[in-house]
Design a protein around this ligand. Structure first.
Ligand SMILES: [Zn+2]
Length: 552
């Protein structure tokens, strides 16, 4: 699959629900999942108290989520999501079982107690069943029932895009996060669970199971909540960063402990680089963890899933082909970048996923820059262009839980690299990246808010540039002709009003900024050899040379 090359955190598989066969029913289901329906709009999640028991023998789960919420407007019908084939046993509020109607993956619950504005209430959702099995996690969602190489059970969850409701009931939209969350996972004795945040307690049960009580003290995306259970080893460390002392906890499989101690040494330089460029790590209160998983990786907040086999590169490969991607661990770097881009600053609609992935992709190049300098970072970024397909727009339709093209990774990263060229002031660019993380820390954003912030803080109107790269598949192309020492040039394949000043060799001494438009312009080249005319390759644009005879 196209984006499986790129990432440990993309899900492209469509929902395979019972209704997905009929296009109109599928559209209905997508709308229930992807939009803020009236039955979602009136309540605001305050706290999820989630308890899930994993039965490895039967590959079933059973649990309850006590959902505490603030009433924004009085209402009587509440939408809660839980995907087939999981079943709800009951919805309970104030000791009463409530009536409900199931519509595919959405439940509409008829509340009986008055729901007064400003009040906080709790509803409990008891559920059970065979959750969907993830066949290709993390590119599809569900539960992974694996074993390690010694035959010990090894469980993981992954659900970005597909949705957290594939394994636990919740308000399944990116637009609403709880202020904090409890995650209590029960597994058979012999394996231990590592989830998000901090381990508060461990309870030994009479039925040969153990419950691990984890607590996340800050807002968390629902798709970041994870169960990971296996025969884990453990070591810990601390990092002195911009936010003080950060605890680092590492959970490799027990027999990978030594390999992990070597490989995870990359965490501190990664944190130092990202704190420099993006500001303080967003979750000092909850700590930083890496957890080995049977799938490649995923940005599970404060418990990043790691499955890169203790190798550098992306499973040993350099996705950029530049030679700059081989001596650092792609999963540690890319997935951890999401702690800033995606987890702290989260988009309301999946259609704006570029904010998560374009910045995480761009962060890889910044990490190369931290390791080996500006030119190496740029080379990594430029190398990533070979992965751009321009098959469909990066931003698809809103409100339907749709993901855009996998170009959101390399093309989005190169869009940001191009913006940096225009700003042409690295310190200002760094302050913009830090500013986004300060202003929108722990918040829900839209893509437009991010675009407008960048334009406002840079003093450059990038709206047409964003429109071009995010909503079309066309790459701005400088069409030009050289006749003697006269250069004629203009943009083609651009949105109306496209505005991107670029650097070109005009004078023979370095680059000169030119500002092409759709109308032709001319300039006299002062190059010793006009054939040496070229554009600064840091700008992600194409060029097309016309012969002097070709008409304008
Ligand atoms: Zn990612």
């Amino acid at each position: 699959m196209k984006s499986s090359l790129w990432l440990g955190c993309l899900v492209l598989a469509p929902l395979t629900t019972a209704v997905a066969q009929d296009p109109s029913l599928a559209a209905h289901a997508d709308s229930l999942r992807g939009s803020i329906t009236p039955e979602r709009a009136w309540w605001d999640v305050a706290f999820y108290d989630l308890h899930v028991r994993f039965n490895t023998d039967k590959q079933t789960i059973r649990g309850v989520n006590h959902i505490s919420y603030r009433v924004l407007q009085p209402a009587r019908v509440m939408q809660i999501d839980l995907q087939v084939p999981l079943q709800v046993d009951s919805f309970v509020q104030l000791g009463k079982r409530l009536e409900y109607r199931r519509d595919g993956n959405a439940f509409f619950v008829y509340l009986e107690a008055p729901q007064q504005s400003g009040e906080q209430q709790t509803i409990s959702v008891y559920y059970y069943g065979h959750p969907r099995i993830a066949q290709r996690a993390p590119w599809d969602g569900g539960v992974v029932w694996a074993t390690d190489s010694l035959g010990t059970d090894w469980i993981a969850t992954a659900c970005q895009g597909t949705g957290a409701s594939i394994w636990w009931p919740n308000k399944d939209t990116q637009a609403d996060e709880p202020d904090s969350q409890s995650v209590a996972i029960t597994v058979p004795n012999g394996i231990k669970d590592v989830s998000n945040g901090r381990l508060r307690s461990v309870t030994s049960n009479s039925d040969s199971t153990t419950t691990y009580h984890w607590f996340v003290s800050q807002p968390i995306n629902n798709y970041d909540v994870a169960a990971n259970a296996g025969d884990y080893g453990h070591f810990s460390d601390t990092y002195q960063g911009e936010g003080g002392e950060l605890t680092l906890n590492y959970w490799p499989l027990a027999y990978h402990l030594e390999a992990a101690k070597r490989q995870f040494a990359q965490v501190k330089p990664m944190l130092a680089c990202f704190e420099k460029w993006f500001g303080p790590y967003p979750w000092y209160a909850d700590g930083y963890q890496l957890v080995e998983t049977p799938h490649l990786g995923m940005e599970h907040q404060s418990a990043v899933a790691y499955g890169n086999h203790y190798r550098n590169g992306y499973l040993g490969r350099d996705l950029s082909g530049s030679g700059e991607g081989l001596d650092w661990d792609f999963i540690i770097v890319h997935e951890s970048a999401h702690e800033w881009w995606g987890n702290s600053l989260t988009t309301a609609d999946l259609a704006d996923m570029w904010v998560h992935e374009s910045f995480a992709n761009y962060a890889e190049g910044l990490y190369v820059e931290c390791l080996r300098g500006r030119e190496a970072g740029a080379s990594y970024n430029i190398g990533n262009r070979k992965g751009i397909r321009n098959d469909s727009p990066i931003v698809p339709e809103y409100g339907l839980n749709r993901e855009g093209s996998g170009d959101m990774y390399p093309k989005g990263g190169n869009m940001l690299h191009t913006i940096r060229q225009v700003i042409n002031d690295d310190e200002r660019w760094r302050q913009i990246l830090r500013g986004l993380n300060e202003v929108y820390r722990h918040k829900i954003v839209t893509g437009r808010m991010v675009q407008e912030y960048i334009s406002r803080q840079s003093g450059v109107d990038f709206s047409k540039l964003f429109e071009q790269y995010l909503t079309t598949t066309k790459i701005p192309t400088l069409e030009y002709r050289i006749s003697g020492s006269t250069l004629s040039y203009h943009w083609i394949d651009v949105v109306p009003g496209f505005d991107l000043p670029i650097r070109a060799t005009i004078t023979g001494t370095g680059y000169t900024v030119i500002r092409p438009a759709e109308e032709w312009q001319t300039v006299t080249l002062a190059l010793p050899n006009p054939e040496e005319f070229r554009i600064d390759p840091n700008f992600y644009v194409l060029t097309k040379r016309l012969t002097p005879d070709e008409t304008k």
